[in-house]
Design a protein around this ligand. Structure first.
Ligand SMILES: Nc1ncnc2c1ncn2[C@@H]1O[C@H](COP(=O)(O)OP(=O)(O)OP(=O)(O)O)[C@@H](O)[C@H]1O
Length: 983
């Protein structure tokens, strides 16, 4: 049997000071004046066992259970009640202790309750479990007040049955049944909701299934088409690629051939034009010489006429024959000497001229040798430059330095709208700013300039769908620069060593200016590190400051410096490439100049060589002429010796006036003849040169014609190659475009797809047509429907299984309710029958005779039936229970209560003034009757009645010595009586 050993309470209602009640006895009485706090003990027990209804506790809120203060005491914040039970028989089966204490605390401030079992904090539910085992729970039989006793008879049959429900333990089932019904209703709601969803899905599912089937068919056909067509496109692209490569190679060879031919043609053309010039100048010289020649011939004729006139004049003079002959000889000798002198003079001048020509020729040859060497050296330099340029262009065109994302975007520029190119492609810098601006731009060189944000969107989608990497885009429509304000700019410009703002030093096309401003407007370029530090300080370290050799001071003062390795390749390459190209062009110009100089030098050398040869020939002729004149002079001198017997000396060569005139004339004639010969010689030289020139000119002309024809053939060929190549490029582009547009594939990604081997091209192309037709025949396809169908179907299955589970649990609940109903009926019937067995005896004992029984108001509906009482007090016939007196009503209720206690003993029963309406004799009977239960039940009786007090084992008196504060002390019967009497 569970035995309540002690109650400790403080702060609960009127227990402002701690009260302790030891219940060592089976029947304990509590006495005291009205309002002294007796019933508060019952409340304390109920509250400690977890009572949640403040109304049951006679309050308006839970706060009302805390001591609210009195005229002398302040209100308390905490109410605490502890019940101590004996558990040596382990009546609380789950608690392995000899003593079990249950504590509840309530804090007014937090409005929170705390529960403890044996001082360990527990949940409310743990307390309620223990309370169930005590049988001391709310509305149980354990706590009976005066009100509930008098109500029992007066209440309706349906309310009356509650007591029996409690006793039968049916209340527990009822509670569970209510819960089960609530759960059933909730579950049914759930089922309805799920069935609604199932119906809704069922409506959608067939159409989705149809769409999904169509989409799957489409996907299959599309994937097959994709696999075949991608392979066909790849094989086409491969074919076009190899053909384009062949044509490119052919083009390179053709270009080299054309360049060579053009060089030769150009060279020959210069030579040809120079020959024409030389020929024209020769013609001029010739006509001049011819005029001079005519003049000389005319002069000689005139002189000869004068000589003949003089000779005839002389003939008329009568002179001795021998004298004449001597004179003749003298005259002839004189003229021969003149001729010899003149010939010697001519020879000397020819030798001098030859010497001069030799020196000139040597100089010209030396000059030509030097120029040839120079040309050879320059040609080598040009070849080297060409290789360097080709390498650079190849490297630049290869895109190999670019990040994956950037490379992919640039490679697919044709299908991505609005992509302009990388920053490095457009920005140019002066060589002296190259290092600084490369340092500034190092992270942005590969940013891609695009027209607008839409272009960015398309490009990013493209990169995402091809797993093509990342890139930074600069959309021209939304890009905004963070400009330095004019005032700050003014100060910066005045600072030592400041060279310029990054965006003003770099060069870019006007339409991309915002890119420069965006990237470089906050970069200050300065000459030296010291000045960089200074300018950074002046500007509060707000901007990037970069020195010409690439040292950087970042905003907020960080400094980056070191070697110049970071120089941007692209920027450098651009200016370097231009530099190389310029150098090459400059050297080419030099070579062309040299070539024309060499050609003209060669011309001059040829001409001078001809002159030299002519002079050589003239020298030989002159020597011969001199020799023959000497011979003739010697012959005449001999003739003179024979005629006169003396040697012809110079003194004798004297003439008379006519002779002298003749000699003079002859001298003049000889001089003019020499002159004429000289002119003739010059004419001959020029003529021969002219002939040679004409020959060369004709040869060159023919050669030029041949080369010109050849060039036009080669150009024609180049045009054909270019147009073939462009055609192939277009085809290749179209194929790539189809890869991108039809299959959203870059070439790179397409190559990763396993290729279908094409054995028979026409069969494959036929298959492509077939698949296309199939795809077209499918019409509008909703690809998402595959996933949608799968999702909806799986949702359908999930809900279906949930619906089945819920239906199953509804069935279980219904079964459980039926089971509970059955249990309740059985147990209810049992308690009624058990009580009916003892009730007549109890009734007779308390009433001193008579009989009583319990009857069902609805015997056919035991679950809902009310309970009525059939009573026969001794000597009375009762037709209506309401006709009983107050005391009788209490006695009837107590009979029923005690009958129940007999058949269903309860460990602890609290009776609160239940015997108040009874007369002294009945109180006596009542108290005595209680005594018959004490073996199974512990009684706590709040009473004002002496009869009851006399039968109690122990009495406690409740007083309010201090106003409003209950004090409880054990008292003797005599004192109890005193208290009662004084009431
Ligand atoms: N929160 C509270 N703080 C202080 N006193 C309280 C509080 N709640 C109730 N009381 C006091 O408790 C008393 C009521 O006690 P109780 O009902 O136990 O009296 P009783 O002895 O059973 O009286 P009766 O014999 O008339 O039934 C009242 O005086 C009331 O003012």
């Amino acid at each position: 049997m569970i035995f309540l050993k002690r109650i400790d309470a403080i702060g609960f209602k009127s227990f402002a000071e701690e009260i302790k009640l030891d219940f060592d006895y089976s029947m304990t009485g509590i006495v005291g004046p009205n309002g002294s706090g007796k019933s508060n003990i019952n409340d304390a027990i109920m509250w400690a066992l977890g009572e949640q209804s403040y109304k049951t506790l006679r309050g308006d809120s839970m706060e009302d259970i805390v001591f609210s203060g009195s005229s002398e005491r302040k209100a308390l914040n905490l109410a605490e009640v502890t019940l101590v039970f004996d558990n040596s028989n382990r009546n609380f089966s789950s608690l392995d202790f000899n003593e079990v204490s249950i504590t509840r605390k309530y804090f007014r401030s937090t409005k929170e309750s705390e529960y403890y079992i044996n001082n360990s904090r527990v949940r409310l539910k743990d307390i309620q479990d223990v309370a169930l085992e005590t049988g001391l729970t709310k509305s149980s039989l354990a706590i009976i007040s005066q009100g509930s006793i008098s109500n029992f008879v007066e209440s309706k049959p349906e309310d009356r049955r509650k007591l029996f429900d409690e006793a039968a333990g049916v209340a527990r089932y009822k509670k569970r049944k209510d819960e089960a019904i609530r759960k059933l209703s909730r579950t049914q709601d759930n089922l309805d909701r799920i069935n609604d969803i199932i119906n809704e899905i069922e409506r959608k599912l067939p159409s989705l299934k149809k769409q999904s089937k169509k989409a799957i068919e489409y996907n299959e056909a599309f994937n097959e088409l994709k696999s075949i067509e991608v392979s066909v496109l790849l094989s086409d692209i491969k074919f076009y690629g190899s053909k384009i490569e062949e044509l490119e190679n052919e083009k390179v060879n053709l270009k080299t051939e054309m360049e060579l031919l053009q060089k030769t043609f150009h060279k020959n053309n210069i030579e040809y034009n120079q020959l024409i010039n030389t020929s024209e100048s020769n013609d001029k010289d010739l006509s001049k010489l011819n005029k001079e020649f005519t003049k000389v011939v005319e002069k000689i004729s005139e002189l000869k006429v004068a000589k003949i006139t003089l000779e005839s004049k002389k003939e008329n003079i009568n002179i001795d024959d021998s004298e004449y002959k001597v004179s003749e000889i003298k005259h002839k000798a004189k003229s021969l000497e003149i001729e010899i002198d003149s010939e010697e003079g001519r020879l000397a001048s020819l030798l001098k001229e030859k010497h001069e020509k030799k020196i000139l020729l040597d100089n010209l040859s030396a000059e030509r040798y030097k120029l040839n060497n120079e040309q050879e050296y320059l040609s080598k330099v040009i070849s080297k430059l060409e290789i360097q340029i080709e390498n650079m262009i190849a490297k630049k065109n290869s895109l190999e330095n670019l990040f994956d994302g950037v490379k992919n975007v640039l490679e697919n520029k044709n299908i991505l709208p609005g992509v302009e190119g990388t920053v490095s492609e457009f920005i140019k810098v002066k060589p002296e700013h190259e290092v600084a601006l490369s340092t500034a731009l190092q992270n942005n060189m590969q940013n891609i300039i695009v027209k607008n944000t839409n272009s960015v969107k398309v490009a990013i989608e493209f990169l995402k769908s091809n797993n093509g990497g990342y890139a930074t885009f600069l959309p021209l429509d939304t890009l905004r620069a963070n400009y330095i304000n004019e005032e700050t700019k003014f100060i910066i410009k005045k600072t030592n060593g400041f060279i310029g703002f990054g965006n003003e030093l770099a060069i870019i096309d006007k339409k991309f200016k915002i890119v420069l401003d965006y990237l470089l407007s906050n970069y200050l370029i300065v000459d030296s590190f010291e000045n960089a530090v200074n300018i950074s300080k002046i500007t509060n370290s707000k901007f990037h400051v970069i020195t010409l050799d690439g040292q950087r001071i970042l905003p907020y003062g960080a400094i980056v410096g070191g070697s110049k390795k970071n120089k941007s390749i692209n920027l450098f390459d651009t200016s370097k490439l231009e530099e190389l190209q310029k150098e090459k062009d400059h050297n080419n110009e030099k070579v062309i100049n040299l070539q024309s100089k060499i050609v003209s030098l060669s011309e001059s050398i040829d001409i001078q060589r001809e002159h030299h040869n002519e002079i050589q020939a003239s020298i030989a002729t002159s020597k011969k002429t001199s020799e023959s004149l000497e011979k003739e002079l010697n012959k005449i001198k001999n003739e003179f010796r024979i005629l006169t017997g003396k040697d012809l000396t110079n003194d004798e060569v004297e003439f008379k006036s006519v002779d002298e005139q003749l000699i003079k004339l002859m001298e003049q004639i000889s001089l003019e003849n020499n002159n004429k010969a000289k002119i003739e010689q010059d004419i001959n030289v020029i003529r021969s040169l002219k002939d040679q020139g004409t020959q060369k000119q004709n040869d060159l002309f023919k050669k030029l014609e041949v080369d010109r024809n050849m060039l036009s053939v080669l150009k024609e060929k180049m045009l054909t190659i270019n147009s073939d190549r462009n055609l192939l490029k277009e085809k290749e582009f179209n194929a790539k475009n189809r890869l991108a547009q039809d299959y959203n594939l870059t070439l790179e990604n397409a190559l990763k797809i396993k290729e279908t081997i094409i054995e028979n091209e026409s069969v494959v192309r036929e298959k492509i047509k077939e698949l296309r037709a199939k795809i077209n025949s499918l019409g509008n396809v909703n690809i998402d429907s595959i996933e949608e169908y799968e999702n909806e179907n799986s949702r359908y299955e999930t809900y279906l299984s949930q619906s089945n589970e819920i239906s199953e649990s509804i069935k279980n609940l219904k079964d459980a309710i039926v089971d509970m109903d059955h249990q309740m009926v059985e147990q209810f019937k049992k308690i009624i029958s058990d009580v009916n067995k003892v009730l007549p005896e109890t009734f007779a004992t308390l009433f001193g005779g008579g009989t009583a029984s319990i009857i069902y108001t609805e015997p056919n509906d035991i679950l809902n039936t009310g309970i009525d009482l059939k009573l026969s007090p001794p000597g009375k016939k009762i037709s209506n229970l309401n006709l009983l007196s107050g005391g009788e009503k209490s006695m009837v209720a107590l009979s029923v209560l005690f009958s129940i206690l007999k058949v269903r003993p309860i460990p602890l029963v609290i009776l609160d003034e239940v015997e108040a309406p009874l007369d002294i004799a009945n109180v006596e009977r009542f108290a005595k009757y209680i005594k018959t239960f004490v073996n199974n039940t512990q009684f706590l009786i709040v009473t004002h009645r002496i009869g009851t007090m006399e039968n109690c084992d122990k009495l406690f008196g409740a007083t309010m010595e201090q106003k409003g504060i209950t004090k409880i002390v054990q008292i003797k019967l005599v004192d109890a009586k005193k208290i009662t009497n004084s009431n």
